[in-house]
Design a protein around this ligand. Structure first.
Ligand code: 26W
Length: 824
């Protein structure tokens, strides 16, 4: 049974203080006399960690004992953010800690701020993985995450003279949340060659030999659920040179340098997170990362399964593996290899097991993001895997040929191998063929997958393999933690915090939409959140912003398809309009703060140009005495999870304005609405379902539809292109050097007015500007604005990550929750 109390489970303020002081004095070997905020953070983290460890151990024992089917979520990215605040809230002892820290002279906010973000991800995909972990633990699913323990997370962004500068994110020193498992290691092989031989029964078998070995070491991170005892495990692999005979000999022979070089080469595998978002570059080290992580995880999963002594046929009844995009697709091949080469299963039996085990989630239709690996590269690095891929392809194409005997074209279209020079392995196709379910992340996106990218596969497999699970977000971090006052107000009205576990309960606050006092409090909370952001802006940029102004926010990775350029051109348009106004006219202007944030991939020149333009526009606008408070432009450097927690509660409006059909889902759109911000957006990704849930009177939609995009692009291509006249005015200002030397921005403007405007900035500009006019108009009527805000929040229940997790559990994984507190 669950032991209620133990030496390391404080429950009162006094017990917490005792634990805190003990950790500071012994674990940290510091004295209370020179205890600074960092030490207070570490001590608090260690005290809470002790509690988590107890629950974690018991959860793992219980899950092992019950031996139910488990989910393994394979993701190359986990964008976790900070852990302490989340742990305090999940355990339900944040107030206790606040009081205890107060007694010792600390403000809990300052202590929380000492923590470095765990930023092992680029953006939406990595954060989705983190939200999954939170929900799976909260809903008591037996689930593990598997990823890489990068020594460097996503780079830190500094803005120097308006340019992005990347600084390494070395985050591991003093990280109390990870546990090295030096006893859990896996040897991973690369290169080498394949030998054919006859086994005892005379059957032809294969062995992969003479490769280079790198060691994977497990680091475990506890993942507590909210208001539950379940604490799941996130296992991150770190690479190290294998301490084999070979190095030892080199070392003894005095070849110290070469032994060290080998070691560094091995450690390089898990050294850095690739900072590209939506761009595949085909680098060998990235493929090494992928295989290293897949092979270590699969070995671990298979080892755990084998301990139960079950028959192989039961593997898919015990194990569900979800592939977060195609990055872990090699896991499919690795499992097939283990089953046929190591465990001696027949091909067909093994392949049945494999396809029943895997599910694949696609996050993007952008062609440049689709992973393809060159055949020669794979031949060299993973010779046996390439053979197996060819075999999978052969069997697959044979069945396609049988089904479509008169269609010669289809074979080359769906082949895993693209017949280019060099030949390429199409990872998405391999992922579809090796999985029993493939899902997109919002309705429009899943429909587009079925009608465009994966159309042939729908013909081959039928529609059942393809499904939609619209993304969500965890309300624990994105409401309760990021916006404690709003969470408290809602709890006060609903009588409890139960909505954090069942977000559909939010609909009950719609009854208070006309309640004057409630509205007043709602408005006060938004204002305080805006003040907090204003303080952050002042501290980091030096600019003063007016908290009464309309806060207009676009924070996300910088990408042409997300169209931050549309936003900044709109800002310039607004600036020019204000400058043309008489003093009388200016009085009617709704003051605005346009806030941007986001990182550009280091090699993505156009994205960096957009950042540069935003900062140059800020320089000019913010210092223009004719403008005053009517317009401010802010670029918040180094947007990350902990900054998102400050920014999301502070928006009046946020922008989700991708070219229709390009954004898989988007999840920050949900975060902003859940925090009472309205949104302006295109009919893209989850914006469409947000509209359906909250009502179209509560959202500002604009722009061309996905179904029009192809035609428009086609027209542009054939010369039928006329720059929108209002956008032309903006371009003229840029070309007049209003924001500095125009040469710096010519690639950006010419991509639109000369090179086909692929992202339809000009086509959507008029509609965008008009819609922003409607936003201003609406903001003037604060009472109605508040009603929209409250109504929208009330209707956001659908976007809980818990709904998402249950849908995956039911329709893809076939797993059940497990109550870990039940007596054995
Ligand atoms: C191979 C390079 C690469 C790296 C990352 C390609 C693609 C990616 C990710 C798929 C990019 C990403 O984060 N996609 C986002 O996933 C979110 C979660 O489903 C969606 O909400 C976003 O719309 C989608 O852009």
């Amino acid at each position: 049974a669950w032991r209620k109390h133990s030496a390391t489970e404080f429950n009162t303020k006094e017990e917490f203080e005792k634990d805190l002081v003990r950790h500071i004095e012994t674990t940290l070997a510091r004295s209370m006399y020179n205890c600074d905020e960092l030490a207070a953070y570490s001590g608090t983290a260690l005290a809470f960690r002790d509690r988590l460890i107890m629950e974690w151990n018991k959860t793992q024992q219980r899950q092992t004992f019950k031996d139910q089917k488990r989910v393994y979520y394979l993701s190359l990215e986990f964008l976790m953010g900070r852990t302490l605040d989340n742990a305090m809230l999940n355990v339900g002892l944040k107030d206790t800690a606040r009081d205890g820290l107060n007694d010792l002279g600390f403000r809990i906010e300052d202590v929380i701020n000492q923590e470095h973000d765990a930023a092992l991800g680029n953006g939406g995909l990595g954060r989705l993985a983190a939200c999954f972990l939170d929900s799976m633990a909260t809903l008591n699913y037996p689930a593990w995450g598997y990823g890489l323990r990068y020594r460097y997370g996503i780079f830190k962004q500094e803005i120097v003279n308006g340019y992005q500068v990347e600084v390494p994110d070395y985050w591991l020193d003093n990280n109390p949340w990870e546990f090295p498992r030096h006893e859990i290691t896996v040897d991973i092989q690369f290169y080498g060659n394949v030998k054919k031989y006859q086994d005892e029964s005379g059957k032809i078998a294969h062995s992969w030999e003479d490769g280079e070995i790198v060691q994977a070491i497990a680091y475990d991170v506890p993942i507590p659920g909210y208001g539950t005892k379940t604490t799941n495990n996130l296992r991150l692999w770190s690479s190290k040179a294998s301490s084999g005979e070979f190095d030892f000999q080199k070392f003894n022979a005095g070849d110290y340098e070469s032994a060290v070089a080998d070691q560094q080469r091995a450690e390089t595998i898990s050294a850095v997170l690739y900072p590209n978002d939506n761009l595949e570059r085909g680098k060998e080290l990235r493929l090494k990362q992928q295989y290293f992580w897949c092979a270590a995880s699969l070995f671990d999963i298979v080892r755990r399964f084998k301990k139960t002594k079950r028959a192989w046929g039961e593997f898919p009844d015990q194990v569900a593996i979800q592939l977060n995009d195609t990055h872990p697709t090699l896991a499919i091949v690795e499992l097939q290899r283990i089953l046929i080469d190591k465990e001696g299963l027949e091909w067909d039996e093994a392949w049945q097991i494999v396809t029943k085990t895997f599910g694949y989630t696609n996050h993007t239709v952008l062609p440049e993001a689709l992973e393809k690996w060159s055949v020669p590269l794979m031949q060299n690095l993973l010779p046996r895997h390439l053979q197996i891929i060819y075999e999978i392809n052969l069997f697959f194409l044979q069945t396609v040929e049988k089904r479509f005997p008169n269609d010669r074209e289809i074979l080359s279209r769906v082949s895993i191998i693209e017949e280019s020079h060099p030949k390429m392995v199409r990872m998405a196709y391999l992922a579809i063929i090796g999985s029993h379910k493939v899902n997109g992340v919002a309705e429009l996106h899943s429909d587009l997958l079925k009608t465009t990218l994966f159309k042939d596969f729908v013909k081959i497999y039928g529609p059942d393999r393809f499904t939609n699970v619209t993304n969500g977000i965890t309300p624990r971090r994105w409401l309760h933690q990021a916006n404690p006052r709003l969470s408290a107000l809602i709890a006060e009205k609903l009588g409890s915090h139960d909505f954090l576990k069942d977000l559909t309960l939010l609909d009950k606050i719609e009854a208070f939409v006309d309640d004057k006092a409630f509205r007043e409090e709602w408005a006060v909370i938004k204002r305080e959140n805006k003040l907090r952001l204003a303080e952050h802006i002042k501290a980091t940029t030096g600019y003063d912003v007016n908290p009464n102004a309309l806060f207009d926010v676009q924070v996300k990775r910088i990408h042409e398809y997300k169209r931050q350029q549309l936003n900044i051109f709109g800002v310039i348009h607004r600036y020019l309009s204000i400058k043309d106004m008489s003093a009388e006219e200016k009085k009617k202007v709704v003051p605005r703060v346009s806030i941007f944030g986001g990182k550009a991939a280091p090699g993505y020149w156009m994205a960096k140009t957009i950042i540069h333009l935003i900062n140059k526009v800020a320089d000019v606008v913010n210092k223009d005495p004719e403008i005053g408070d009517l317009l401010k432009v802010i670029f918040i450097a180094d947007y990350n999870v902990s900054k998102a927690e400050i920014i999301c509660p502070a928006s009046d409006i946020s922008e989700h304005i991708s070219t229709a059909g390009t954004e898989g889902s988007g999840t920050s759109n949900m975060k902003f609405v859940l925090n009472g911000g309205l949104i302006i957006g295109t009919c893209d990704g989850a914006n469409i379902e947000i509209t359906r849930e909250i009502g179209e009177q509560n959202i500002f939609l604009f722009g061309n539809l996905a179904e029009d995009v192809e035609d428009l692009r086609h027209k542009h291509f054939y010369g039928d292109f006329k720059l929108d006249p209002q956008l032309e005015r903006v371009f003229d200002a840029i070309k007049d050097n209003m924001f500095g030397d125009n040469a710096q921005f010519s690639a950006l403007t010419s991509s639109i007015d000369e090179h086909g405007d692929y992202y339809l900035v000009s086509d959507d500009f008029n509609s965008y500007i008009t819609t922003h006019g409607m936003v201003d108009e609406a903001f003037l009527n604060q009472e109605e604005w508040l009603a929209k805000s409250i109504t929208s929040v009330a209707r956001m229940g659908f976007f809980s990550m818990d709904r998402v997790t249950n849908e995956y559990a039911d329709s893809i994984w076939n797993v059940e929750p497990l109550d870990v507190t039940e007596p054995t």
